[in-house]
Design a protein around this ligand. Structure first.
Ligand SMILES: Nc1ncnc2c1ncn2[C@@H]1O[C@H](COP(=O)(O)OP(=O)(O)OP(=O)(O)O)[C@@H](O)[C@H]1O
Ligand SMILES: [Mg+2]
Length: 137
């Protein structure tokens, strides 16, 4: 499903799409989720978790920076409050990028200096209250 464009008209549609997208992922993949506040990045991660068969409830990790789900299958980052990669490194957050789990990162631009090569990019563009363009690169 690499290089795809999807028009979503609801949070449910975004989740369903993310669930399908998750089937294309393998251990060690790092997914960068870009999009403004409220675009639907966390909704997309909920769909990824479902697609990976993870039953834990996915919550926004804003205050924790990173939440782990499915016993190391999925690492969900929210880097909104980080200002550079050195902070992520100091917190021990970057080691999972090189592990066997799948890392999905919201606000990756804040730690761009420590992101590994070969990340998969997903951009969510907010067109209005419910419409979103989702691009997988
Ligand atoms: N098509 C859509 N896809 C995704 N979310 C949608 C859509 N339409 C409406 N929404 C709503 O938009 C909101 C998206 O919230 P979400 O927390 O996923 O955003 P976010 O991109 O993670 O924001 P933040 O950067 O603050 O973490 C939810 O309330 C969701 O119900
Ligand atoms: Mg979020």
């Amino acid at each position: 499903m690499r290089m795809a464009v999807f028009l979503s008209g609801s949070a449910q549609a975004t989740m369903d799409y993310a669930k399908e997208f998750a089937r294309t992922l393998k251990g060690g993949d790092v997914v960068l989720l870009e999009g403004e506040m409220g675009a639907g990045k966390t909704v997309f991660v909920k769909g990824i978790a479902l697609g990976l068969g993870i039953e834990d409830e996915v919550l926004s990790p804003t205050y924790a920076y990173m939440n782990e789900y499915g016993g190391g299958k999925l690492y969900h980052y929210d880097c909104y409050r980080l200002t550079d990669g050195a902070q992520a490194e100091a917190l021990g957050l970057t080691e999972y990028f090189y592990g066997d789990g799948i890392c999905v990162i919201e606000w990756p631009q804040n730690i761009s200096d420590v992101l590994p090569a070969g990340c998969i990019k997903v951009k969510i563009e907010k067109l209005g209250k419910v419409n979103r363009v989702i691009r997988v690169e």
